[in-house]
Ligand binder design. Sequence first.
Ligand SMILES: [Cu+2]
Length: 114
Amino acid sequence: MWALLGLALLSAPAAVWAHAFPDHSEPRVGHTVDAPRSVRVWFDGEIEPVFSTIHVEDGDKRRVDSGDPRVDPKDNTLLEVSVPALPPGRYRVFWSVVARDGHRTEGSFPFRIK
Ligand SMILES: [Cu+2]
């Protein structure tokens, strides 16, 4: 009985926190930057490469990324997509990921190119 309870307590935090949320990104959320080569989002846990995706839209909601969303094979918390040389303006990054616990989280954030 006590052994089972201990196991439940130990595993509870992992279950609660296993779904993935962004930790930080490049460009950073809401920042104005020089034209980047790629957009990268780091999550607070590992994400599933097959079910995780990211794209970038310009101010007119046109997709502007290079269409190569990927999870870094050496770092399963990093989701990235290449972007061509983009002109100054407002952009928005859309991400959707599945964590190791099978839960999907998704969201978006803006940045600007000067
Ligand atoms: Cu979860």
